[in-house]
Design a protein around this ligand. Sequence first.
Ligand SMILES: Cc1cc2nc3c(=O)[nH]c(=O)nc-3n(C[C@H](O)[C@H](O)[C@H](O)COP(=O)(O)OP(=O)(O)OC[C@H]3O[C@@H](n4cnc5c(N)ncnc54)[C@H](O)[C@@H]3O)c2cc1C
Ligand SMILES: NC(=O)c1ccc[n+]([C@@H]2O[C@H](COP(=O)([O-])OP(=O)(O)OC[C@H]3O[C@@H](n4cnc5c(N)ncnc54)[C@H](O)[C@@H]3O)[C@@H](O)[C@H]2O)c1
Length: 476
Amino acid sequence: MGARLTPDICVIGAGSAGLSVAAAAAAFGVDVVLVEKGLMGGDCLNYGCVPSKALLAAAKSAAGEKRSKKFGVSIGSQSIDFSAANDHVRSVIAAIEPHDSQERFEGLGVTVLRQAAEFSSPELLQAGDTEIAARRFVIATGSSAFVPPIPGLDQVSYLTNESLFELRETPSHLIIIGGGPIGLEMAQAHRRLGADVTVVEAQKALGKDDQELAAIVLDRLRGEGIEILEGTQVKEVSGSSGAITVQAAGAKGEAVTLSGSHLLVATGRAPNVQGLGLDKAGVSFDAKGIKVDKGLRTSNRKIYAIGDVAGGLQFTHVAGYQAGLVIRSILFRLPVKMDNSIVPWVTYTSPELGHVGLDEQEARRRYGAKVKVLSADYAGNDRAQAEGETTGRLKLIAGPGGRLLGADVAGAQAGEIINLLSLALSKKMAMKDLVGFIAPYPTLGELVRRAAISYYADVPKKSWLRSVISLLRKFG
Ligand SMILES: Cc1cc2nc3c(=O)[nH]c(=O)nc-3n(C[C@H](O)[C@H](O)[C@H](O)COP(=O)(O)OP(=O)(O)OC[C@H]3O[C@@H](n4cnc5c(N)ncnc54)[C@H](O)[C@@H]3O)c2cc1C
Ligand SMILES: NC(=O)c1ccc[n+]([C@@H]2O[C@H](COP(=O)([O-])OP(=O)(O)OC[C@H]3O[C@@H](n4cnc5c(N)ncnc54)[C@H](O)[C@@H]3O)[C@@H](O)[C@H]2O)c1
């Protein structure tokens, strides 16, 4: 007979979402049980954000050596050791791991069970031979790579984000199915580390972003030698490890045959709902994930779902944001409401591509002619010139009264610029706020002021204002 635990909160999944809930609840002295069947830290630490950004950093370094000639610096012949780049990835994970570890959470007072969790009823969860009857449950079981039903795919050995970072040698030709953020970040990382790379995208690459700015990123990627086939449908995959063939239909219906050494599937995510006993718990879900209301409660009021498993926007910062909301709801019984309109995202290619708020189309649908799109090019920014990073553009979407509705940036450090604009958007700032502060010179952040100031471009031409100036002049 196993133990029976009756904590205040039971969290299922120790990824970005679950760890944030467990740490915050423990900080308030609340009794928490955390159940994790795999690695502590989940996708972000082990198979997602951390390894992908570490590999991109190695790749950026390789590209930087090539670029340095422009600055009059020659570093001699370049050699790339893919396994050393992979060691860098491992060392970054190892450096962050203690923060997410079982030991740290036990030290915070959390009971950690390394088991697969499954509901046996609307009130009870089974984890190994431990039964848990919590006041509230939080499901944070994340997502896994969605593998589309392409004929032959189940017969070849393909990579996903879970196996990609185990490669120790540069793939000679990496074919990637899917031109979203995973596909394109990994395309650039591997290209810069010496691989030939082809991306096959059924629709538009970076299709969730502003298309004018996405084109800036896609041009650079193509310029670096990455083949990106858009509007191309994969029909069949065959071959064996090291010699993979992809048959596809191109944008005009023409037959396309690709041969590569490795295949990465990056076609979106599927929620981790299997084996959780959701039917027994009375929790509704569909192919996108567990259905939640704006307060992140499932169809069983005792149970919340957050992070990737709840569908919606799938980012680590969203998982953290949602964790904060459920903590307020569970501990303080405050009404909470998920607000997707303030969620930023960034694709960490070079140049980076960032977004927050409404896109131009949605802004025009809501506010019509009151919308103004203001832009500033990196080429007009002194710091960008000094750094040789002149490719890029920032766009601000201003609504009625000059209120900031959204922003998109393609260019160096776009993620840092979007950071600032996310704050401005969540604080409901307007163009007057974005020009009413002093930006240090020379910084890329000055692009924000430059675009915002163009909102007032017509002001000096206003005749009443000119009359006021000439009147005032008469007073000496
Ligand atoms: C390659 C890649 C790059 C990414 N880059 C970024 C980025 O740069 N920025 C960003 O914001 N986001 C990025 N993401 C997305 C980000 O990783 C996810 O949004 C985030 O990890 C979701 O956190 P989560 O806690 O919901 O899920 P996860 O991190 O997946 O954690 C869920 C945990 O639940 C466990 N679990 C599942 N089922 C059970 C069960 N029945 N019992 C017990 N435990 C269970 C799993 O083992 C896992 O540890 C990236 C994703 C990928 C794949
Ligand atoms: N920098 C970041 O923040 C970052 C980086 C990587 C991943 N992520 C998160 O992970 C999620 C998953 O990333 P992703 O790139 O796998 O998903 P995605 O859904 O964003 O992109 C998948 C792409 O694959 C295409 N596709 C789907 N089926 C296809 C098929 N059969 N053939 C060809 N193309 C096909 C889609 O049209 C789409 O463009 C992202 O939505 C994001 O939330 C974030």
